[in-house]
Design a protein around this ligand. Structure first.
Ligand SMILES: [Zn+2]
Length: 324
């Protein structure tokens, strides 16, 4: 069959016909909303490089989480800025640490919402690297102990999911083992499995003041040209019992999301990162394009590529737009 019998425009004629054949549909339940909890702010302070996003006190983070939940967004991802940073990121595993306090405030205000916590050292170290330093590089195995302590305190404070983003080898395995040994076998792990060394993280580093003070993250984060290696990273994390695997960033890595979706049956997340967010905000502010259309097209592309879970700073706006 071909033209003139076959006409693909037939099913595009009206909004209802287009809706009937729509292949990919976004829902607020697809979104995870990142929140920045800071020990340095009283209520909330805008993050200049990320218009519309704030550094929040634990109390304000709880209010923001509640707002998200009321819009149908059922999960938040917490990042913390401590009052004091040091060489080993010891503020990250204090019982009264900033993220631990944030978890408790959020769970008190909105017990139903899924609280995910970022597990890494870069927000807590004075050198800005994701692990402890030995010589001029990050020491993988020494870092694991600190990640475990951090993950345990998050889980004990009430986190539903801990999300290691450090890219150390073997961390999912040791975190799972430690959680299980401490009676926290119901705490899930979302692994930043294929996390690339990307320029798109720029605005985030301003938010939590985590730019590395020397060198870069190329010895632990992935090299952007590599796709097969991403499959190995994902496979290892699945073998280590990750409940959810993630590809980060999203937009320049849609092929990686698609490959992972075809290959593995675990829940797949993608992180629509700060630089991707800032590009859309700046383009819209300059009048170059309509913000709502840009955002929905970006988020749809990530879901169409295969990610059912989309971590995005656009979550609240998108949820509002989806409600109409
Ligand atoms: Zn990090």
């Amino acid at each position: 069959m071909s033209f003139p019998e076959e006409r693909l425009r037939r099913m595009r004629r009206t909004p209802a016909l287009r809706s009937l054949v729509q292949e990919t549909r976004l829902h607020p339940a697809n979104f995870v909303y990142p929140l920045f909890v800071s020990a340095l702010v009283k209520d909330r302070e805008p993050i200049v490089s990320m218009p519309g996003i704030f550094n929040l006190s634990p109390k304000e983070a709880a209010a923001e989480a509640k707002k998200a939940y009321e819009l149908g967004v059922q999960a938040v991802l917490l990042f913390g800025t401590p009052a004091k940073k040091d060489a080993v990121g010891s503020a990250s595993f204090r019982e009264d640490g900033i993220v631990q306090r944030g978890i408790k405030e959020i769970k008190a205000a909105c017990p139903e919402i899924v609280v995910v916590t970022d597990v890494c050292l870069c927000e807590y170290t004075d050198h800005g690297h994701c692990g402890v330093i030995k010589g001029d590089d990050v020491d993988n195995d020494a870092t694991l102990d600190i990640l475990v302590r951090q993950a345990l305190t998050h889980a004990e404070a009430g986190a539903d999911i801990v999300a290691p983003s450090d890219m150390m080898d073997g961390r999912v395995d040791v975190i799972r083992e430690a959680l299980d040994e401490n009676g926290l076998e119901q705490t899930a792990i979302m692994a930043y499995a294929a996390k690339y060394c990307s320029a798109f993280y720029g605005p985030f580093r301003e938010a939590v003041d985590s730019a590395p003070q020397f060198g870069d993250r190329k010895t632990y984060q992935m090299d952007p040209p590599n796709a097969r290696e991403a499959m190995r990273e994902i496979e290892l994390d699945i073998d280590e019992a990750a409940d959810i695997v993630m590809v980060k960033p999203a937009l320049a890595y849609l092929d990686i999301i698609s490959r992972a979706r075809d290959r593995y049956d675990v829940p797949l997340a993608a992180y629509n990162v700060s630089g991707e967010y800032a590009m859309v905000k700046h383009a819209a502010a300059s009048g170059m394009a309509d913000e709502q259309r840009l955002v929905m097209e970006v988020l749809t592309s990530i879901k169409r590529a295969g990610a059912g879970i989309i971590i995005t700073y656009h979550a609240l706006d998108a949820a509002r737009w989806l409600r109409g």
